[in-house]
Write a protein that binds this ligand. Structure first.
Ligand SMILES: NC(=O)c1ccc[n+]([C@@H]2O[C@H](COP(=O)([O-])OP(=O)(O)OC[C@H]3O[C@@H](n4cnc5c(N)ncnc54)[C@H](O)[C@@H]3O)[C@@H](O)[C@H]2O)c1
Length: 356
Protein backbone atom coordinates (compact mmCIF):
# COMPACT_ATOMS: atom_id res chain seq x y z
CA UNK A 1 0.00 0.00 0.00
CA UNK A 2 1.42 3.39 -1.04
CA UNK A 3 1.80 6.17 1.52
CA UNK A 4 -1.13 8.18 0.18
CA UNK A 5 -3.38 5.15 0.14
CA UNK A 6 -2.35 4.28 3.68
CA UNK A 7 -3.11 7.81 4.75
CA UNK A 8 -6.52 7.64 3.15
CA UNK A 9 -7.04 4.28 4.78
CA UNK A 10 -6.38 5.72 8.19
CA UNK A 11 -8.20 9.02 7.72
CA UNK A 12 -11.24 9.07 9.91
CA UNK A 13 -14.38 10.69 8.89
CA UNK A 14 -16.81 9.99 11.78
CA UNK A 15 -18.24 6.57 11.34
CA UNK A 16 -21.29 7.65 9.44
CA UNK A 17 -19.77 5.90 6.47
CA UNK A 18 -20.49 2.21 6.07
CA UNK A 19 -17.03 1.61 4.66
CA UNK A 20 -15.32 -1.22 6.64
CA UNK A 21 -11.93 0.45 6.15
CA UNK A 22 -13.13 3.39 8.17
CA UNK A 23 -13.98 1.07 11.02
CA UNK A 24 -10.62 -0.67 10.83
CA UNK A 25 -8.91 2.73 10.84
CA UNK A 26 -10.94 3.76 13.87
CA UNK A 27 -10.06 0.56 15.67
CA UNK A 28 -6.36 0.99 14.91
CA UNK A 29 -6.39 4.54 16.22
CA UNK A 30 -8.30 3.57 19.35
CA UNK A 31 -5.83 0.73 19.89
CA UNK A 32 -2.87 3.08 19.53
CA UNK A 33 -4.46 5.62 21.90
CA UNK A 34 -5.25 2.91 24.43
CA UNK A 35 -1.73 1.48 24.24
CA UNK A 36 -0.23 4.93 24.71
CA UNK A 37 -2.43 5.74 27.71
CA UNK A 38 -1.64 2.35 29.19
CA UNK A 39 2.10 3.01 28.91
CA UNK A 40 1.67 6.52 30.39
CA UNK A 41 -0.55 5.19 33.18
CA UNK A 42 1.81 2.40 34.11
CA UNK A 43 4.78 4.79 33.96
CA UNK A 44 3.02 7.28 36.23
CA UNK A 45 2.01 4.53 38.61
CA UNK A 46 5.60 3.28 38.71
CA UNK A 47 6.92 6.70 39.57
CA UNK A 48 4.34 8.16 41.91
CA UNK A 49 2.61 4.99 43.06
CA UNK A 50 2.94 3.54 46.58
CA UNK A 51 5.49 1.03 47.67
CA UNK A 52 7.82 3.28 49.64
CA UNK A 53 8.99 2.24 53.10
CA UNK A 54 8.06 5.16 55.35
CA UNK A 55 9.57 3.71 58.51
CA UNK A 56 12.32 5.97 59.88
CA UNK A 57 13.68 3.57 62.46
CA UNK A 58 17.41 3.63 63.21
CA UNK A 59 19.51 0.50 63.45
CA UNK A 60 22.45 1.65 65.56
CA UNK A 61 24.13 -1.34 67.18
CA UNK A 62 22.42 -3.81 64.81
CA UNK A 63 24.18 -6.01 62.26
CA UNK A 64 22.66 -6.81 58.88
CA UNK A 65 23.91 -9.22 56.25
CA UNK A 66 22.89 -8.81 52.60
CA UNK A 67 23.73 -11.33 49.87
CA UNK A 68 24.27 -10.21 46.26
CA UNK A 69 25.02 -6.77 47.66
CA UNK A 70 27.29 -5.30 45.03
CA UNK A 71 24.61 -4.39 42.46
CA UNK A 72 20.92 -3.67 41.86
CA UNK A 73 18.44 -4.13 44.67
CA UNK A 74 21.01 -5.56 47.10
CA UNK A 75 23.29 -2.54 46.82
CA UNK A 76 20.42 -0.08 47.42
CA UNK A 77 19.24 -2.19 50.36
CA UNK A 78 22.73 -1.90 51.89
CA UNK A 79 22.73 1.86 51.33
CA UNK A 80 19.38 2.27 53.07
CA UNK A 81 20.37 0.11 56.05
CA UNK A 82 23.77 1.81 56.32
CA UNK A 83 21.99 5.18 56.40
CA UNK A 84 20.02 3.88 59.37
CA UNK A 85 23.28 3.27 61.22
CA UNK A 86 23.56 -0.52 61.01
CA UNK A 87 26.76 -2.48 60.61
CA UNK A 88 26.35 -3.80 57.07
CA UNK A 89 28.05 -7.00 55.91
CA UNK A 90 27.96 -7.26 52.12
CA UNK A 91 28.25 -10.92 51.08
CA UNK A 92 29.34 -10.97 47.45
CA UNK A 93 30.77 -13.26 44.80
CA UNK A 94 32.51 -10.47 42.86
CA UNK A 95 34.92 -8.92 45.36
CA UNK A 96 36.23 -6.19 43.05
CA UNK A 97 32.77 -4.78 42.42
CA UNK A 98 31.81 -5.32 46.06
CA UNK A 99 34.76 -3.26 47.35
CA UNK A 100 33.83 -0.41 44.99
CA UNK A 101 30.15 -0.59 46.00
CA UNK A 102 31.03 -0.61 49.72
CA UNK A 103 33.26 2.43 49.26
CA UNK A 104 30.47 4.26 47.46
CA UNK A 105 27.97 3.37 50.21
CA UNK A 106 30.35 4.48 52.97
CA UNK A 107 30.82 7.82 51.19
CA UNK A 108 27.14 8.44 50.43
CA UNK A 109 25.88 7.49 53.91
CA UNK A 110 28.76 8.58 56.13
CA UNK A 111 28.62 5.11 57.76
CA UNK A 112 32.12 3.58 57.81
CA UNK A 113 30.82 0.34 59.29
CA UNK A 114 30.22 -1.36 55.93
CA UNK A 115 32.32 -4.45 55.22
CA UNK A 116 32.70 -6.91 52.36
CA UNK A 117 32.97 -10.72 52.66
CA UNK A 118 33.29 -13.30 49.92
CA UNK A 119 30.33 -15.62 49.32
CA UNK A 120 29.55 -17.78 46.31
CA UNK A 121 26.07 -19.19 46.82
CA UNK A 122 26.62 -21.70 44.03
CA UNK A 123 29.12 -23.55 46.21
CA UNK A 124 28.22 -25.43 49.38
CA UNK A 125 31.87 -25.19 50.43
CA UNK A 126 31.87 -21.39 50.01
CA UNK A 127 28.62 -21.02 52.00
CA UNK A 128 30.01 -23.12 54.86
CA UNK A 129 33.33 -21.24 54.84
CA UNK A 130 31.54 -17.89 54.83
CA UNK A 131 29.20 -18.92 57.65
CA UNK A 132 32.05 -20.20 59.81
CA UNK A 133 33.99 -16.96 59.40
CA UNK A 134 30.87 -14.91 60.10
CA UNK A 135 30.06 -16.88 63.26
CA UNK A 136 33.68 -16.60 64.44
CA UNK A 137 33.98 -12.86 63.87
CA UNK A 138 30.56 -11.22 64.26
CA UNK A 139 28.87 -10.73 67.64
CA UNK A 140 25.32 -10.65 66.36
CA UNK A 141 23.02 -10.92 63.35
CA UNK A 142 19.79 -8.95 63.50
CA UNK A 143 18.69 -9.00 59.87
CA UNK A 144 19.64 -11.50 57.18
CA UNK A 145 18.61 -10.49 53.67
CA UNK A 146 18.78 -13.33 51.15
CA UNK A 147 18.77 -11.17 48.04
CA UNK A 148 21.28 -12.63 45.56
CA UNK A 149 19.82 -14.21 42.48
CA UNK A 150 20.40 -15.36 38.96
CA UNK A 151 17.67 -15.42 36.30
CA UNK A 152 17.24 -17.66 33.30
CA UNK A 153 20.86 -18.65 32.81
CA UNK A 154 21.70 -21.59 30.55
CA UNK A 155 21.72 -25.05 32.10
CA UNK A 156 24.85 -24.90 34.20
CA UNK A 157 25.67 -27.39 36.93
CA UNK A 158 27.47 -26.16 40.03
CA UNK A 159 30.52 -27.89 41.52
CA UNK A 160 28.07 -29.79 43.76
CA UNK A 161 26.12 -31.03 40.73
CA UNK A 162 23.11 -28.76 41.35
CA UNK A 163 21.30 -26.80 38.63
CA UNK A 164 22.52 -23.22 39.04
CA UNK A 165 19.27 -21.29 39.50
CA UNK A 166 17.96 -23.58 42.23
CA UNK A 167 21.44 -23.72 43.77
CA UNK A 168 22.01 -19.94 43.99
CA UNK A 169 18.46 -18.70 44.50
CA UNK A 170 17.35 -21.34 46.98
CA UNK A 171 19.80 -24.02 48.18
CA UNK A 172 22.68 -21.63 48.97
CA UNK A 173 20.36 -19.35 50.93
CA UNK A 174 18.70 -22.31 52.65
CA UNK A 175 22.08 -23.53 53.92
CA UNK A 176 23.34 -20.06 54.81
CA UNK A 177 20.22 -19.26 56.84
CA UNK A 178 20.36 -22.53 58.74
CA UNK A 179 24.04 -22.11 59.54
CA UNK A 180 23.46 -18.61 60.91
CA UNK A 181 20.28 -19.31 62.87
CA UNK A 182 21.95 -19.83 66.24
CA UNK A 183 23.44 -16.33 65.95
CA UNK A 184 20.06 -14.92 64.93
CA UNK A 185 18.35 -16.59 67.86
CA UNK A 186 20.87 -15.13 70.26
CA UNK A 187 20.27 -11.68 68.68
CA UNK A 188 16.45 -11.99 68.82
CA UNK A 189 14.21 -10.36 67.86
CA UNK A 190 15.73 -10.86 64.42
CA UNK A 191 14.50 -11.30 60.87
CA UNK A 192 15.19 -13.28 57.71
CA UNK A 193 14.04 -11.57 54.50
CA UNK A 194 13.96 -13.66 51.32
CA UNK A 195 13.77 -11.78 48.02
CA UNK A 196 11.46 -13.89 45.86
CA UNK A 197 9.46 -12.77 42.84
CA UNK A 198 5.98 -12.69 41.39
CA UNK A 199 7.46 -15.34 39.07
CA UNK A 200 6.70 -17.88 41.83
CA UNK A 201 3.17 -17.85 40.41
CA UNK A 202 2.77 -20.81 38.10
CA UNK A 203 6.00 -22.30 39.43
CA UNK A 204 6.23 -25.99 40.30
CA UNK A 205 8.68 -27.85 42.48
CA UNK A 206 9.43 -31.09 40.65
CA UNK A 207 10.60 -33.20 43.56
CA UNK A 208 11.48 -36.10 41.24
CA UNK A 209 13.68 -33.98 39.01
CA UNK A 210 14.73 -30.77 40.78
CA UNK A 211 17.74 -30.24 38.49
CA UNK A 212 16.15 -30.99 35.10
CA UNK A 213 18.10 -34.22 34.67
CA UNK A 214 15.24 -36.13 33.08
CA UNK A 215 13.12 -33.35 31.54
CA UNK A 216 14.18 -30.79 28.92
CA UNK A 217 15.72 -27.74 30.59
CA UNK A 218 13.60 -24.59 30.61
CA UNK A 219 15.39 -21.51 31.95
CA UNK A 220 12.04 -19.91 32.80
CA UNK A 221 10.61 -22.98 34.56
CA UNK A 222 13.81 -23.27 36.55
CA UNK A 223 13.66 -19.61 37.63
CA UNK A 224 10.02 -20.02 38.65
CA UNK A 225 10.82 -23.17 40.58
CA UNK A 226 13.60 -21.38 42.47
CA UNK A 227 11.43 -18.35 43.30
CA UNK A 228 8.58 -20.60 44.45
CA UNK A 229 11.18 -22.34 46.61
CA UNK A 230 11.92 -18.94 48.26
CA UNK A 231 8.23 -18.57 49.19
CA UNK A 232 7.88 -22.14 50.49
CA UNK A 233 11.17 -21.90 52.42
CA UNK A 234 9.94 -18.71 54.12
CA UNK A 235 6.71 -20.41 55.10
CA UNK A 236 8.34 -23.50 56.56
CA UNK A 237 11.10 -21.47 58.26
CA UNK A 238 8.49 -19.26 59.95
CA UNK A 239 6.63 -22.34 61.14
CA UNK A 240 9.77 -23.92 62.60
CA UNK A 241 10.88 -20.65 64.21
CA UNK A 242 7.57 -19.85 65.92
CA UNK A 243 8.25 -18.61 69.43
CA UNK A 244 12.04 -18.44 68.97
CA UNK A 245 12.23 -14.69 68.26
CA UNK A 246 13.25 -14.97 64.60
CA UNK A 247 10.69 -14.00 61.94
CA UNK A 248 10.82 -14.73 58.21
CA UNK A 249 9.34 -12.80 55.30
CA UNK A 250 9.47 -13.03 51.53
CA UNK A 251 8.65 -10.51 48.86
CA UNK A 252 8.36 -9.46 45.25
CA UNK A 253 10.42 -6.28 44.74
CA UNK A 254 8.58 -5.08 41.61
CA UNK A 255 9.94 -5.04 38.07
CA UNK A 256 13.28 -3.34 38.51
CA UNK A 257 15.91 -2.07 36.08
CA UNK A 258 18.96 -4.10 37.17
CA UNK A 259 21.46 -6.51 35.65
CA UNK A 260 19.23 -9.51 36.41
CA UNK A 261 18.16 -9.88 32.77
CA UNK A 262 21.73 -10.24 31.50
CA UNK A 263 21.25 -13.85 30.31
CA UNK A 264 17.98 -13.11 28.53
CA UNK A 265 19.57 -10.13 26.78
CA UNK A 266 22.56 -12.18 25.69
CA UNK A 267 20.21 -14.70 24.05
CA UNK A 268 18.18 -12.04 22.22
CA UNK A 269 20.47 -8.99 21.84
CA UNK A 270 18.19 -7.28 19.28
CA UNK A 271 15.13 -7.68 21.50
CA UNK A 272 17.18 -6.38 24.44
CA UNK A 273 18.13 -3.24 22.50
CA UNK A 274 14.52 -2.68 21.36
CA UNK A 275 13.17 -3.03 24.87
CA UNK A 276 15.67 -0.63 26.44
CA UNK A 277 13.50 2.51 26.04
CA UNK A 278 10.22 0.98 27.29
CA UNK A 279 12.23 -0.59 30.13
CA UNK A 280 13.55 2.84 31.07
CA UNK A 281 9.98 4.15 31.31
CA UNK A 282 8.22 1.18 32.81
CA UNK A 283 10.68 -0.40 35.20
CA UNK A 284 11.36 0.87 38.70
CA UNK A 285 14.78 2.04 39.82
CA UNK A 286 16.90 -0.11 42.17
CA UNK A 287 16.07 2.37 44.96
CA UNK A 288 12.36 1.73 44.39
CA UNK A 289 13.18 -1.96 44.12
CA UNK A 290 14.67 -2.13 47.62
CA UNK A 291 11.68 -0.54 49.37
CA UNK A 292 9.72 -3.72 50.14
CA UNK A 293 12.89 -5.49 51.29
CA UNK A 294 13.64 -2.63 53.70
CA UNK A 295 9.99 -2.55 54.77
CA UNK A 296 10.12 -6.25 55.74
CA UNK A 297 13.49 -5.77 57.45
CA UNK A 298 12.72 -2.77 59.65
CA UNK A 299 8.96 -2.17 60.11
CA UNK A 300 8.10 -2.70 63.77
CA UNK A 301 5.29 -5.10 64.68
CA UNK A 302 5.47 -7.39 61.66
CA UNK A 303 6.36 -10.43 63.78
CA UNK A 304 2.85 -11.89 63.71
CA UNK A 305 3.01 -11.84 59.90
CA UNK A 306 6.02 -14.15 59.90
CA UNK A 307 5.90 -16.52 56.92
CA UNK A 308 3.97 -14.06 54.75
CA UNK A 309 4.61 -12.63 51.28
CA UNK A 310 4.87 -8.89 50.58
CA UNK A 311 4.86 -6.60 47.55
CA UNK A 312 4.72 -2.78 47.29
CA UNK A 313 5.33 -2.58 51.05
CA UNK A 314 2.10 -4.44 51.78
CA UNK A 315 1.25 -7.98 52.68
CA UNK A 316 -0.17 -9.79 49.64
CA UNK A 317 -1.43 -13.29 49.19
CA UNK A 318 1.16 -15.62 47.68
CA UNK A 319 -0.05 -17.81 44.81
CA UNK A 320 -1.78 -21.04 45.92
CA UNK A 321 1.36 -23.04 45.05
CA UNK A 322 3.25 -20.82 47.53
CA UNK A 323 0.79 -21.68 50.32
CA UNK A 324 1.19 -25.45 50.07
CA UNK A 325 2.40 -26.54 53.53
CA UNK A 326 3.06 -30.12 52.46
CA UNK A 327 5.27 -28.94 49.56
CA UNK A 328 7.05 -26.56 51.96
CA UNK A 329 7.85 -29.42 54.33
CA UNK A 330 9.01 -31.69 51.50
CA UNK A 331 11.19 -28.95 50.07
CA UNK A 332 12.81 -28.42 53.46
CA UNK A 333 13.63 -32.12 53.79
CA UNK A 334 14.97 -32.37 50.21
CA UNK A 335 17.06 -29.22 50.61
CA UNK A 336 18.50 -30.36 53.95
CA UNK A 337 19.53 -33.67 52.37
CA UNK A 338 21.07 -32.02 49.31
CA UNK A 339 23.24 -29.55 51.26
CA UNK A 340 23.89 -32.15 54.00
CA UNK A 341 22.58 -29.94 56.75
CA UNK A 342 23.11 -32.66 59.32
CA UNK A 343 26.87 -32.76 58.69
CA UNK A 344 29.07 -32.19 61.73
CA UNK A 345 29.78 -28.56 60.89
CA UNK A 346 26.10 -27.60 61.25
CA UNK A 347 25.40 -29.47 64.45
CA UNK A 348 24.34 -27.17 67.21
CA UNK A 349 23.46 -24.36 64.83
CA UNK A 350 20.07 -25.77 63.87
CA UNK A 351 18.90 -26.59 67.38
CA UNK A 352 15.14 -26.32 67.55
CA UNK A 353 14.73 -26.68 63.82
CA UNK A 354 14.70 -30.45 63.43
CA UNK A 355 12.00 -32.22 61.48
CA UNK A 356 8.56 -32.42 62.94
N1 LIG B 1 15.02 -6.97 38.93
C1 LIG B 1 13.77 -7.41 38.99
O1 LIG B 1 12.88 -6.96 38.24
C2 LIG B 1 13.39 -8.50 39.97
C3 LIG B 1 12.06 -8.94 40.00
C4 LIG B 1 11.72 -9.94 40.90
C5 LIG B 1 12.67 -10.47 41.75
N2 LIG B 1 13.95 -10.03 41.70
C6 LIG B 1 14.94 -10.64 42.62
O2 LIG B 1 15.71 -9.62 43.23
C7 LIG B 1 16.97 -10.15 43.62
C8 LIG B 1 18.07 -9.17 43.27
O3 LIG B 1 18.19 -9.09 41.88
P1 LIG B 1 18.56 -7.74 41.08
O4 LIG B 1 17.38 -7.41 40.25
O5 LIG B 1 19.09 -6.72 42.00
O6 LIG B 1 19.67 -8.27 40.07
P2 LIG B 1 21.26 -8.10 40.07
O7 LIG B 1 21.74 -9.03 39.00
O8 LIG B 1 21.63 -6.68 39.99
O9 LIG B 1 21.67 -8.64 41.51
C9 LIG B 1 21.84 -9.99 41.80
C10 LIG B 1 23.06 -10.13 42.68
O10 LIG B 1 23.23 -11.51 43.00
C11 LIG B 1 24.60 -11.81 42.90
N3 LIG B 1 24.84 -13.23 42.64
C12 LIG B 1 24.53 -13.94 41.53
N4 LIG B 1 25.01 -15.19 41.64
C13 LIG B 1 25.63 -15.27 42.85
C14 LIG B 1 26.35 -16.28 43.53
N5 LIG B 1 26.55 -17.48 42.98
N6 LIG B 1 26.84 -16.02 44.75
C15 LIG B 1 26.68 -14.80 45.32
N7 LIG B 1 26.03 -13.79 44.72
C16 LIG B 1 25.52 -14.02 43.49
C17 LIG B 1 25.11 -10.96 41.74
O11 LIG B 1 26.52 -10.81 41.79
C18 LIG B 1 24.35 -9.66 42.00
O12 LIG B 1 25.08 -8.84 42.89
C19 LIG B 1 17.08 -11.52 42.95
O13 LIG B 1 16.85 -12.52 43.90
C20 LIG B 1 15.97 -11.51 41.93
O14 LIG B 1 15.47 -12.80 41.65
C21 LIG B 1 14.35 -9.05 40.83
Amino acid sequence: MKAAALEEFLVLPWPESENWRVWVGLLLKCGAALGLSLICGVTLRRWIGGGVCRCTIHLDGKTVLVTGANSGIGKETCRDLARRGARVVMACRDLTRAVQAAEEIRESTGNGNVVVRHLDLASVYSVRTFAKEFLDTEDRLDILINNAGVMMCPKWLTEDGFETQLAVNHLGHFLLTNLLLAKMKSSAPSRVVNVSSIAHRGGRIDFDDLFFSRRPYSALESYRQSKLANVLFTRELARRLKGLGVSAFCLHPGVIRTELGRHVESWFPLLGALLRLPALLLMKTPWQGCQTTVFCAVTPGLEDRSGCYFSDCEEKEAAPEGRDDEAARRLWDHSARLVRLEDACCKGTTAGLGSR
